[in-house]
Structures are given as C-alpha cells and as structure tokens.
Design a protein around this ligand. Structure first.
Ligand code: MGD
Ligand code: MGD
Ligand code: SF4
Ligand code: MO
Length: 702
C-alpha cells in the first residue's frame, strides 16, 4: 500500500513548521517538513523525525485511572468523570471555588484552552488558571504590554531575509529553534547580514556571531543600557523623530548617565571595545531584528531585559518596517494561542484582563453568566498555586499537558505540594511521568494527530493540526474530556459541543475586532491552504504579516514607551558557600522535561546521561576530570551528575540542561530543578529558572 501524506503543523517548538505526515496501513511511518510551507520550506528537525514511535509507545495511556488504596487502577470514563466532578463539587462546597486550580502546558491547543477558561473562570468561578507560558513567555508578554501596549508580536519570519543585523540575546537558536537558525544563517550568507549574540556561554549560536558579548549571567539590563548610552552619545539617535512615536526619552537619558561603557564593562565582564563594537553595529544597521528567549525571560529582571532591548529598537528607528523590530519566537507550539485564549491567572480570552470591568462584562455576556461570576482579581501564579497547596488554601489541582513535578523549580517542594493536594487530577498522554505518578486520577488524552485542533505559532500564524489516526484504546481529545467534566458538574447545556470545530466557531467570535481576530478563519480554510497570520478578520482577508506599520501603538497616546530600567543583581549570587552560578538550558535531542523524547531510544542514545559542564580551570581547582561523578548542591537540594569539562562557560559558571529527568524514567539521574529557585520577576511572575548559586563536590572518579 502506498504511503498517504497528510498536511499538519509541528506540536513541539513555537516556530510552527508545516509538516507532512505519512501513513501506511493505519500507522504513521514518516514525518517531514512541508516543501510548500513558507515557514520552513521543507525543513524540520530531529525531534519531528523521531516522533512516530510515540503513537504506539507502550506507556501511552489508553484509559483513565483512579488511585484506590494507594494504587492507580484502570477504570471506565464514567467512573473517572463522576469521581472528578464529585471531588470538585465537594471541595467547592467545603472551601469555595478559590480552592480549585488548573495548570496546563503551552503545547495544548486553542479549543482546549478556551473551554478550560470558560469552565474555570466562567462557571466554577476561580481565576487560578495557569499554564507553562508562565515559565516561558510571561515576561515577553509583559515586556510587550509595557513597551507598546499589547501582547502582540509585531514582526514575522519573512523579516529575517530583510534584515542586515541580527541581535540574538539569551537564546540558543541553533539548538532550540533550528529552522529559524538556518534561515538566519542563509540570510547572513546571501546578504552579509551581521550578528551580535549576547550569552554567558559559547554556544552553537555564538559560533555565527560577529560580536559575542559573553556577559556574566543576569547583567543584560546594564549591557542594554550601555548600548543605548553609546547610541545617544554618538549621535545615532534622531531624537526629534524618536519623540514623535515614543514617550520617556528624557527619563531614559537621565538614568543612562549611570551606565557608562566603563562601568558596564566591569559589571558584565565584557571589554569596552566589544560593547562599542556592538553599539556601532546597531547604530549603522539599516534594519535590525532582535531575538531573545529564556536567557531573558527566566530571570528576576526579565521584563526589564525585554524593555531595555525594545528601547534599542525604538531609539534607532528599527520598528514597524520590513526587517526591523522585535521577533519574538516562543518555546512551545501554541504559546501565543494559549496567551490569546487567556490561560494565565490575570487574563481572559481575546487579549482581555480579569481586572478590567468592561472585559469581564463582555466575556460574561458572551458566556451568558452574570459578570460577578468572574473574579475581578488575578488568580495565583503557578508558584503561588504550589504555595497554596502547602498552606491548604488550594485543595485541588487539575494538570493537563504539563509535567510540573519536573519543570517547576525546587522539585522536592513542588512534589510535596502536589502530594499535599487533597485531589490531584493529571491529564496526559503518557504514564508514568514525574507528575502522573502522584495523581489521584489520571485522564487519558489523545495527542497531536489523534484530534483536530488549531494553534497559533510565533508569527501569529493560525494552523490546523488534523486528526490523522485514532487515539489508542479509550483515550479522548482533551476538549472532549473537559466537556465531560463540565457536563458532570451540571453544565452540560453550556458544554454540549460535539467537535473541536464547534468550539472554534464559538471562540473566534470573542476575538472579533482585536489583534488576535480569527473571524476570517474556518477549519475548511485551514484545511485547504496555509494558515493566515492574525489578525485575519474576514474570509477574503489574506492575513497580516506585520503590526503597527503606521507607527501607532495600542497605548492611550499611540506612542511606544521608552522605559528607564535599572540593573539589579541575580536573586542568588555566588558566595563562599555556593561559589558557582548554575545556568540551565536545552538539548537538541530532547524536548523540555523529556517525557516524550526520553522514550525514544534514537534520541536518548545521543545524550544518555545528565551532565554538568564545568570550565577547565575550575575542574583543575576541584581535582575533577572529564567523566567524574559530582554532587551539585544549592540552598534547596542536590543532584548527582557526570562532568563534561568544556570552556564554553565562564569560570565560576556551570551549565546543565533540563531535559534529563529523574524517576521513574531514569532512577539515579535527578533533574536540574531539584536545585533551581522559585523566586520570580515581580512584573511577570516568571521564575528565575535560568540561574542560581550552587557548589560542586566530587563524588567518584570514572
Ligand atoms: N531541541 C529542543 N528545542 C526546544 C526545546 C527543547 O527542550 N529542546 N524547548 C522549547 C522551549 S519550551 C523553549 S522556551 C525554547 C527555549 O529556547 P532558548 O531560550 O534558546 O534555550 P535555553 O537553552 O533555555 O536558553 C537560551 C540561552 O540563554 C542563556 N542565558 C542564561 N542566562 C542568561 C543571561 O542572564 N543573559 C543572557 N543573555 N543569556 C543567558 C543560556 O546560556 C542559553 O544558551 O526552546 C524550544 N525548543
Ligand atoms: N530549570 C529550568 N526549568 C525549566 C526551564 C528551564 O529552562 N530551566 N524551561 C521552562 C520552560 S520554557 C517550559 S516551556 C517548561 C516546560 O514544562 P512542561 O510543559 O511541564 O514540559 P513538557 O516536558 O513539555 O511536558 C508536557 C507534558 O504534556 C504531555 N502531553 C503532550 N501532548 C499532550 C496532549 O495532547 N494532551 C495531554 N493531555 N498531554 C499531552 C506530555 O506527555 C508531557 O508530560 O519547563 C520550564 N522549566
Ligand atoms: S524546528 Fe520546531 S517547529 Fe520545526 S520541526 Fe523542529 S520542533 Fe517542530
Ligand atoms: Mo518554553
């Protein structure tokens, strides 16, 4: 039988590569990039090439499970749903709706997240609704909102071919976003575009840098301010013009006095020459495109890092024209969609806020509920939900498409919190994971290609991921599971959807007239063509490649804000007890906590053990050689791992990835979050997952 090819979109990273999925005799036999797709033109990456075994993995969940006398046992859907509804009702009765919380992953889809918000914020009446975009893109979102008024990435990937300078900060795109990296490399070759990379490590991405600013971790705000200082000082800024479309130039100039290149060279550890070289590249660029990701977002200064980076674009007129501006690429496939569906505790669907009475009224009218039903204060962030489980203020948690027992910082504290929960529901596609083993109820979800759903990729492009094969056993699409729970809780009329398409037709109405407008889109349109970029308000609308081309921003005065932001040190700095700064990041061969990729032998063979990278001078001081086993301890806990000696990190920095997990998948191999810190940025509530202080002790030689 010949292979049948079906069009889809990638479920892993936030680029949104168009894919072709090959089916033979009811089995996925091949997945590769779609040639005709404008995002990736046929390219794709290792993760996708090795996806197919996940459809038949022996750990796929095929039916729900309930914990009885300590053991998780398979049950029918009726039993599982009735149990969940009964426990949610009991907890609401005994403690009120604020005792229930939801936590999802940003890889879940628009339809699923629209329904979760409707059920939790609308019908149950709790705003404790969060997802992993809190760990991933919350700071980008707050950076956009504070600088130009809306969480709306303004540029698109086609800008890569138009730019003559790439500023890549706190992002290792060669590993994490390889298809975009290849486009950047091709643009450098074709046009001689230049590249500045800001990263405390030498990485696969710094290999293409004209200037690599190898700063000390956490010093970005100081660096960005010094770059702005030089640009202003040397006349690269047309101040009158800039004042037309921004506010705050005078305040910014005042604060920049404190950020002379000589002082900032001392703070960052870079030379003044390097800082001047970078500033001159920016000053002379005709079109500068900026990229940033977790080296910015996962820090206590995250929003300030975003603001000061946008300052550089605004000061140099690198905004709102082809090739110029901030190109925000998200980590997870539907990160932007999840934000636009409002799956954070301060948001409502369609780029609305729970604190805004007009927004609450609009959503309440749409859902047919009294406006008072929607809480007017933001719910807890995920870190505060876990705190709530410890104090008993939160009693029940429903986890969907996420593995918080591995991905949240301070694992032992998180696990303890999840164990304290009176009722923990985990909805995943696999069991065991670090989180499913703690559940009172496990709900068996259908995964990508086993259900028809939509996502919004980082350039605001909406795409359809169609059902191509049946889910295993009795597993169900997440949207169906949500509707069953809502129905059992007494809301069957309001959640009587029979397909994802019906949910989509409802949710798109809520985006009308907004930047995320999807009203020109239908499943039919997405099935037959490449998805358009939003806003796409009408069926004959081609989509919107770039936002704010008229240089009017969605702020009250139409101007973007230049923001004066001071540098502060990392929450934990090195001291005599904990003399190293640990940096965390990613592996090309694994995805996030690795629940999916660690089950694929071809991928784990590439990097089988968890390891820590140490500078050779530090290794020598500690008497450590390549391959030794060490203990890495922070103020919170410790893990054991194998040493790789590599001068990619600065002295007194070490590096570890987050992808190699702990039990039950690899028992001796604890993951990095056992040592990481829960402290978060005050503005985005995104934790400082990237850096904390540790000490290293040798355990055994090879
Ligand atoms: N193969 C693969 N691809 C992925 C993922 C995966 O797990 N595997 N995950 C996806 C997801 S969810 C995300 S969010 C993205 C993440 O993509 P990235 O953000 O590109 O990846 P990270 O390795 O987490 O961090 C990026 C860099 O930040 C640097 N950094 C650390 N501290 C600082 C600092 O203070 N300042 C600066 N300037 N840099 C710093 C680190 O050294 C690191 O090189 O990748 C996505 N793509
Ligand atoms: N120290 C440190 N910690 C970090 C980071 C870091 O850089 N350093 N990065 C952070 C970032 S950026 C992110 S995004 C998070 C990621 O954190 P998580 O979202 O917790 O990580 P994943 O491993 O992607 O987990 C996704 C889960 O969803 C399940 N799943 C997949 N598809 C479906 C589906 O269709 N339905 C259902 N119900 N389940 C499904 C998978 O089996 C898996 O268990 O980690 C964060 N944690
Ligand atoms: S680069 Fe990202 S979107 Fe493209 S195939 Fe790989 S994981 Fe998927
Ligand atoms: Mo992420």
């Amino acid at each position: 039988m010949a292979i049948q090819w079906k069009k889809s979109v990638c479920p892993y990273c936030g680029i949104g590569c168009g894919l072709m999925v090959g089916i033979e005799e009811g089995k996925v036999v091949n997945i590769h990039g779609m040639k005709e797709h404008p995002v990736n033109c046929g390219e794709s990456c290792t993760l996708v090439h090795n996806f197919a075994p996940l459809f038949t993995d022996r750990d796929r969940l095929t039916q729900p499970m309930i914990r009885r006398n300590g053991t998780l046992l398979p049950v029918t859907w009726d039993d599982a749903i009735m149990y969940v509804a009964h426990e949610f009702h009991r907890i609401i009765r005994e403690y009120g709706p604020g005792a229930i919380a939801f936590y999802g992953g940003a890889a879940a889809f628009n339809e699923e997240y629209y329904l979760i918000n409707k059920l939790m914020k609308g019908y149950i009446g709790t705003n404790h609704v969060e997802c992993t975009s809190r760990l991933c893109m919350a700071s980008t979102a707050m950076g956009f909102i504070s600088t130009f008024g809306a969480d709306a990435p303004p540029t698109c990937y086609a800008d890569i071919e138009e730019a003559d300078l790439f500023l890549i900060a706190g992002m290792n795109m060669a590993v994490s976003l390889p298809v975009i990296f290849n486009r950047v490399c091709a643009a450098r070759k074709a046009k001689g575009a230049r590249t500045i990379v800001i990263d405390p490590r030498k990485t696969e991405t710094t290999a293409i840098a004209d200037v690599h600013l190898q700063i000390r971790p956490g010093t970005d705000v100081a660096l960005n301010n010094a770059l702005a200082y030089i640009l202003l000082e040397e006349g690269f800024v047309h101040e009158e013009e800039v004042a037309h479309y921004t506010t705050g130039l005078d305040d910014l100039k005042l604060i920049l006095k404190e950020y002379s290149p000589s002082r900032v060279a001392r703070i960052t550890g870079c030379t003044q020459e390097q800082i001047f070289k970078a500033a001159h590249l920016i000053g002379h660029a005709k079109a500068m495109l900026t990229f940033w990701l977790q080296g910015y977002n996962q820090s206590t200064q995250a929003v300030f890092k975003n603001n000061t980076l946008h300052n550089l674009s605004l000061l140099t007129g690198n905004f709102c024209r082809p090739g110029a501006g901030p190109l925000s690429i998200a980590g997870e496939s539907n990160s932007l969609g999840s934000r636009w569906m409002g799956v954070q505790s301060h948001l409502l669907p369609g780029m609305r806020f729970v604190t805004n009475p007009v927004h609450r009224q609009e959503i309440a009218d749409f859902w047919g509920i009294p406006a008072e039903k929607i809480q007017s204060t933001p719910g807890r962030s995920i870190i505060d939900i876990i705190k709530g489980l410890h104090t008993g203020e939160v009693r029940a948690l429903w986890v969907m498409s996420s593995n918080p027992a591995a991905s949240l910082p301070y694992t032992q504290w998180v696990t303890e919190g999840l164990e304290k929960a009176e009722f923990l529901v985990v909805q995943d596609i696999l069991h065991p994971t670090e989180t499913t083993v703690l559940a009172d109820v496990i709900l068996a979800g259908a995964q990508w290609s086993e259900k028809t759903v939509t996502l919004v990729s980082s350039e605001r492009r909406i795409e359809l991921a169609e059902k191509i094969l049946e889910p295993p056993g009795m597993a169900k699409p997440d949207y169906e599971i949500i509707c069953l729970i809502a129905g059992a809780m007494g809301f069957s009329k309001e959640f009587s959807y029979t397909s994802g398409e019906e949910v989509f037709e409802e949710l798109k109405e809520i985006t009308r007239g907004r930047i995320c407008d999807m009203n020109g889109v239908s499943y039919e349109r997405l099935r037959n063509t490449i998805g358009p970029q939003l806003p796409c308000p009408k069926t004959d609308h081609p989509g919107t490649a770039r936002l704010f081309s008229d240089i009017r921003f969605p702020r009250p005065d139409g101007r973007a804000a230049l923001l004066a932001r001071d540098y502060r040190k990392l929450a934990e700095t090195a001291d005599d007890d904990y003399p190293f700064i640990l940096i965390t990041g990613r592996l090309a061969s694994q995805f996030n906590t690795g629940t999916r990729t660690r089950r694929i032998k071809k991928l784990t063979d590439i990097e089988p053990n968890n390891f820590v990278e140490i500078h050779s001078a530090d290794a020598q001081r500690l008497g450590i050689i390549e391959g030794d086993e060490v203990e890495m301890a922070s103020r919170r806990g410790s893990i054991r791992c194998i040493v790789h000696i590599k001068d990619h990190v600065l002295e007194s920095n070490v590096y570890m990835n987050l992808c190699c997990g702990n039990s039950p998948l690899s028992e001796d191999d604890k993951q990095v979050n056992f040592v990481c810190n829960t402290v978060y940025d005050a503005h985005s509530k995104q934790p400082e997952l990237k850096c904390c202080a540790v000490k290293i002790t040798k355990v055994a030689s090879i």
